[in-house]
Design a protein around this ligand. Structure first.
Ligand code: PMP
Length: 424
């Protein structure tokens, strides 16, 4: 019997326990922007499989580097030992990041990269005997589904059953166009309490909130206020990192530099699970001590796995190739032209774009995961051979950067059909 049938007897998938959920689609192969299913169908992966496969599927350069590493050194404990892939990946990553970032901490995924950043920020003050224990985050943000990351997320669908176990957070409205002043006023009020340890944010685009966008200028102002009040700033670039916003990193649009940064997803181009938290020397220095209790007691068995780091190195080769920026510019321009063609059309409430991230908000329904329109839009995409995962009434494109113009046109045509469905 099919993979899909066998899967339904043994696997527990994220999010989809409804009795009526469609069966999972068995995928047997991927190449470029395309996924090949066991029944012979093909799907354009317009969401880069949860925003990770930035270079497309089964990229030969990454595959080669990973298999080489697997035959050389597959794993070694990272407490007291090191290896070339971790040293080289950190060296190269730090060269690309804002100049104040000097240390790399390895972890397993985006949630734990955020978890580590929160621990670093809280312990930064604890180590100094300073009572700063509260965190600020944006309303509607998503930083992951471990307990710390859930605490700083405001997505009730994820947190509802666990609310009593989450720590207290000050939520700040997102400074979307027109709301900048209100956010700045609210931030000043929060900062007047002097127990604020850190501010964690998705720079420029809040992904899970529905690709909610705000400007680098206002983010610079928020960072300035935080820095004036000695609040640690944490940029969660798990989604925005590695080209999504049209530059290598969202923080490349800023004049200020965050203290801590979190990466995962695009870090290995969607090949191996890996996350990193990077920090400034100022933060690291507070943990450097012969007093052992000052150390960061956090470390997982797979920390800095050499194969995953090798995948990161191979992915960086592609990020640093000339074709990388060309592809970002090509996709950004195509999105702009398509968004312009939609503006003012019936059924379209808003089009938003930051670089290669395009979001279209339909003028119906609510922005809820439990929205049946969402399921209809999703099904329509799959029927057309296009994987698009709506967030309620919002459809977004975060394609691999190798997507061809022809494939992009197929994606846009599918969104056109979705608009017609919404109008029915
Ligand atoms: N932060 C952001 C901004 C994210 O978009 C995500 C995942 N969607 C995470 C953190 C969590 O990453 P992961 O799913 O790899 O744990």
């Amino acid at each position: 019997s099919s993979l899909s049938t066998r899967d339904q007897l043994v696997n527990w998938h994220p999010y989809t326990q409804m009795q009526t959920a469609p069966p999972p689609i068995g995928i047997v192969r991927g190449e470029g922007a395309v996924l090949y299913a066991e029944d012979g169908k093909e799907y354009i992966d317009a969401v880069s499989s949860w925003w990770v496969n930035i270079h497309g599927h089964a990229h030969p350069h990454i595959a080669e580097r990973v298999s080489q590493q697997l035959r050389t050194l597959e794993h070694v404990i990272f407490a007291g030992f090191t290896h070339a892939p971790a040293v080289e990946l950190s060296e190269r990553l730090l060269r690309l990041l804002p100049a104040n970032q000097t240390r790399v901490f390895y972890t397993d995924n985006g949630s734990t990269a955020v978890e580590v950043a929160l621990k670093m920020a809280l312990q930064y003050w604890y180590n100094q005997g300073i009572q700063k224990t509260k965190i600020i985050a944006f309303e509607g943000s998503y930083h992951g589904d471990t307990f710390g990351a859930m605490s700083v997320s405001e997505r009730s669908v994820f947190t509802r059953p666990f609310q009593q176990y989450l720590f207290d957070v000050e939520f700040l409205p997102v400074p979307v166009p027109g709301q900048e002043a209100a956010t700045l006023v609210k931030l000043k009020q929060i900062l007047a309490q002097n127990d604020i340890a850190a501010f964690v944010f998705e720079p420029l685009v809040l992904g899970t909130a529905g690709m909610v966008m705000y400007s680098p200028e206002v983010l610079d102002q928020l960072l300035q206020l935080c820095q004036e009040h000695h609040v640690i700033t944490i940029a969660d670039e798990v989604m925005t990192g590695f080209g999504r916003t049209g530059k290598r990193f969202a923080c490349d649009y800023l004049t200020r530099q965050p203290d801590l940064m979190c990466f995962s997803k695009g870090l290995t181009g969607g090949t191996m699970a890996l996350g990193v938290t990077t920090c400034s020397q100022q933060v690291y220095d507070i943990f450097l001590s012969d007093d052992k209790t000052k150390a960061l007691f956090h470390g997982h068995s797979y920390t800095a796995n050499p194969v995953a780091c090798a995948a990161g190195l191979a992915s960086l080769d592609l990020v640093e190739a000339a074709s990388f920026q060309q592809n970002l510019d090509r996709i950004s321009a195509a999105h702009t032209a398509y968004a312009e063609s939609l503006t003012g059309k019936p059924g379209i409430k808003a089009c938003r774009q930051t670089g290669t991230i395009l979001a279209i908000e339909f003028e119906v329904g609510e922005t809820s995961y439990f929205n049946c329109l969402r399921d209809q839009l999703y099904a329509l995409g799959l029927e057309n051979g296009v994987l698009l995962r709506p967030l309620g009434n919002i459809i977004y494109v975060l394609s691999p950067y190798c997507i061809t113009q022809e494939q992009l046109t197929r994606v846009y045509e599918t969104i056109d059909q979705m608009r017609l469905l919404v109008l029915q």
